[in-house]
Ligand binder design. Structure first.
Ligand SMILES: [Zn+2]
Length: 87
């Protein structure tokens, strides 16, 4: 799995800079992850954040839900405006 640091990216959770890596997960989704705090979310093909699909594999009638399916937590991004320096 190839991980690339996103230059200048700031983690929306812990505000650490240059700690965010981008990679494709096992299901082919492009995700970014903060190596400092563990924050993780999905990116679209343009590399912008997007909401994770609630369920990729909808169980069909008569089928058991897949055992490997995990609960997907959608992380809402709040606007991280450039912080005002305090002087
Ligand atoms: Zn972080």
């Amino acid at each position: 799995m190839q991980r690339r640091f996103i230059a200048g990216a700031v983690c929306p959770r812990c505000s650490a800079m240059d700690k965010v890596v981008m990679y494709d997960d096992a299901e082919g989704r492009r995700v970014r992850e903060c190596v400092a705090c563990g924050f993780r979310d999905a990116l679209n093909e343009q590399g912008h954040p997007t909401e994770l699909p609630t369920r990729v594999n909808q169980p069909r009638a008569g089928e058991q839900p897949l055992a490997h399916e995990d609960e997907v937590q959608v992380v809402r991004l709040f606007d991280v405006a450039s912080p005002q320096p305090k002087e």
